[in-house]
Design a protein around this ligand. Structure first.
Ligand code: GLA
Length: 722
């Protein structure tokens, strides 16, 4: 619900449980007024008078300075000396942008963002969008701030559109959202960090004076930081305390952080990384920032995550696979790596059929001269030695066994040892006069170019049209460097990183619309590009190349801060684990993979009878429980970052079924008794688990007993409300 109090010039944006307010100050300046628990009454008219006078600050608003006022979308060059949301340089060499309030419009629903992924609404959703118009009249630069209020989902999606009606200007920073907090005391900052095979660990640190930021500068969102931060009370827990989440629907370079000043006021920000970003706007041109999704929870991190999960699962992911059960795949990679031929794949599929896998995925190594990772990327046609009968034949053979057929691509890359590169070296990202550093013997195709995008669309289409391919794994295995485009003039080289992402989104939009029956999964050396932007096109992501059950507990737990388990592809793999050599029980591997999108990545032909039996049971159980894992609410009860075990609770949408997953990372022989307190149950109802029944009250207050007395204990308890 959006309400404008015209007397006091205050906008109130309310969801079921939250309110976000902005005020027009002195007829000119748009201020941030409030974000927190839902308000039922207006702010006190003197809310701003509470700010003390501060010497030194430039006083451009009577006794006030823009440097101390909580601003909604601040600008560089003005009297606001904090980190700015927007910066531009003009033809006269000046860089002072001064935005003043012009007006507003409220529209039903939510307009799409041109060329960019974004949350959306459907018929019947309670969603309204407020667009506030600001302008710099000297330079003719107009800014439209957009706020879509998802009333029932407790989220606000923000973005800014910059329209230049003046002389040529260069935009050098344009965040998607900033929020100024006053009285920002004893707060902490939370973000998700890591690297290849240890993605999205939770980092929590005190907010101290100055700027604390996380960034990506590698051309994609990356494994090092995820485009998400949360600001929280010092004592916020999983189920209590104020938490403010900022998540960016974008897959390129980003920056997010907090700038704490000397008077307990802090500015949180998220958006495109200003480093290496410079966008030229000629008269009449515009720039649309990506969308930032803001979630406030008074119920700690659990409340925040559940809001993100529901929004991203139902109003960011799209297409036919959004709501239906997906595929249980066998992926060939860890079984064959680069050594196979068409018969190997048919044999793998035959074995897979025995345990109930429904999709055979052929990973890397099937095309052109790709027999190692040193050649072939860019040349998307079958390797005649390996697949002499062609992909059409192979897909048919797999189909005859009752399985779907899926295929791996890495469309954004090219090996210098490829026909494509030999023909079009200018199609790779490069800086004139410099060598391009390869990684994994590959360089990045310049997706900022239309001709490159069309080539990739055509190449993939010709493969997808040629064979019955029902699943695509879209990989991306290097960070970008020496970025430049041969197709853009010198003054527009600062646009390449962003234009690359726009090109990628164009290709993904075209292909996913053209092939609506293909399930697309994204991957970037595992979870190196696990972000909301990619989820808009592909509803699931290969969470990590690390499929070890113990490590996956932490990776999946950290990922769940923002992303639902329905988006996490998780495979049962062989032991010792190929990434780090750990041996875990087969049952634990199955149990840890099950809440995600279950799959397998091992040689089923080499499994023992017992493992085959367990695999069959796991798939059957998964099919029975997947709705609870994927559509239910998640309660994180025990963190694997804090204890030697992990406990997760999934509550079905109708609240009748509850699954408790307990997994031990490391046991302590003769260790202590633990009582895991469940949540969100009906205290007066009884729940059956096996042949026992318990009151909800008992499970929530007394708790479920667990003794972490052995390595890798894995329990999955199913409670049904009677
Ligand atoms: C990446 C992926 C793996 C596999 C290989 C193939 O590392 O994350 O799953 O597809 O590429 O080269």
């Amino acid at each position: 619900m959006i309400v404008f109090d015209s007397e006091n010039k205050i906008f109130y944006l309310s969801t079921n449980n939250t309110t976000y307010a902005m005020a027009v100050f002195g007829e000119k300046l748009l201020l941030h007024a409030y974000w927190g628990k839902r308000l039922s009454h207006p702010l006190s008219p003197d809310w701003l008078d509470t700010l003390e006078f501060r010497p030194l600050a430039p006083l451009d608003f009577g006794r006030f300075s823009t440097d101390m006022l909580p601003q909604e979308y601040s600008t560089f060059g003005s009297a606001d000396l904090r980190i700015a949301a927007l910066g531009a340089e003009y033809g006269d060499g000046s860089y002072y942008t001064r935005l003043e309030y012009v007006g507003f419009e409220i529209v039903e629903g939510k307009p799409a963002l041109e060329g960019l992924p974004a949350t959306y609404c459907e018929e019947g959703d309670k969603v309204e969008t407020l667009v506030i118009h600001l302008a710099d009249s000297l330079h003719g630069l107009h800014v439209y701030l957009s706020y879509s209020v998802f009333e029932e989902l407790d989220a606000i999606a923000r973005s800014a559109k910059i329209v230049n009606l003046g002389e040529r200007a260069e935009i050098n920073r344009a965040f998607s959202a900033t929020v100024d907090f006053i009285g920002c005391e004893d707060r902490e900052l939370v973000h998700l960090d890591g690297a290849w095979v240890r993605e999205r660990s939770i980092t929590r640190r005190a907010v101290v004076p100055g700027i604390q930021s996380i960034e990506s500068r590698n051309g994609c969102s990356g494994a090092v930081h995820n485009p998400f931060i949360a600001l929280c009370d010092k004592n916020a827990t999983e189920n209590s305390g104020n938490v403010y989440g900022f998540s960016l629907v974008y897959s390129g370079n980003f920056s997010a952080g907090i700038d704490l000043g000397p008077f307990n006021s802090a500015r949180a920000y998220i958006g495109i990384n200003p480093q290496n970003f410079n966008f030229v706007l000629e008269n009449g041109e515009s720039f649309q920032t990506p969308e930032a999704v803001l979630v406030y929870s008074a119920e700690g991190f659990g409340g925040m995550s559940r809001a993100y999960h529901k929004l991203y699962r139902t109003r960011l992911c799209r297409g036919k696979f959004r709501d239906i059960p997906r595929y249980v795949v066998l992926n060939s990679w860890e079984t064959t790596y680069f050594t196979f031929d068409e018969n190997t794949i048919v044999d793998l599929a035959r074995d897979a059929a025995k345990i109930g896998v429904d999709t055979m995925v052929l990973d890397d190594g099937w095309f052109s001269t790709r027999t190692t990772d040193r050649a072939g990327l860019g040349d998307w046609w079958e390797n005649p030695d390996r697949l002499p009968s062609g992909l059409g034949w192979l897909a048919d053979e797999v189909n005859k066994l009752g399985l779907r057929f899926g295929l791996w691509f890495e469309p954004e890359m090219v090996n210098p040892d490829s026909e494509l590169y030999r023909k079009h070296p200018e199609w790779a990202l490069r800086t004139p006069g410099r060598e391009t550093t390869p990684t994994r013997s590959q360089v990045t195709l310049d997706f900022s170019r239309q001709d490159v995008c069309e080539y990739i669309i055509d190449s993939l289409s010709s493969i997808l049209d040629r064979a019955n391919i029902e699943y695509v794994k879209w990989d991306m295995n290097r960070y970008m460097s020496e970025v430049g485009s041969a197709a853009l003039p010198a003054e527009r080289q600062g646009e390449v990183y962003h234009r690359y992402i726009l090109g990628l989104y164009y290709v993904l939009e075209t292909l996913t619309q053209k092939y609506p029956d293909v399930l697309f999964e994204s991957c970037s050396s595992g979870g190196g590009r696990f972000d909301p932007g990619m989820l808009y096109y592909m509803p699931q992501v290969w969470t990590s190349d690390n499929s070890d059950a113990v490590d996956r507990l932490r990776i999946q737990y950290g990922t769940s801060m923002v992303y639902p388990y329905s988006s996490m592809s998780a495979h049962v793999s062989v032991c010792p684990n190929h990434t780090q050599g750990r041996i875990t029980p087969f049952e634990m591997r199955c149990n840890v993979a099950m809440p995600g999108q279950l799959g397998f990545e091992l040689n089923i032909g080499k499994c023992s009878e017992e493992e085959l039996e367990l695999s069959k049971k796991t798939i059957a159980k998964y099919r029975e429980l997947e709705d609870v894992f994927h559509k239910g609410d998640l309660y994180r009860l025990v963190s694997p970052f804090e204890k030697d075990y992990c406990a997760l609770e999934f509550v079905s949408e109708d609240k009748k079924r509850v699954i408790l997953c307990i997994d031990s990372q490391r046991g302590l022989f003769n260790g202590p008794d633990q009582y895991i307190k469940m949540e969100a149950l009906d205290p007066d109802a009884q729940y059956r688990c096996g042949d026992k029944t318990y009151f909800g009250e008992y499970l929530m207050n007394f708790g479920v007993h667990f003794c972490n007395k052995r390595e890798h204990i894995s329990e999955m308890l199913i409670f049904d409300k009677i």
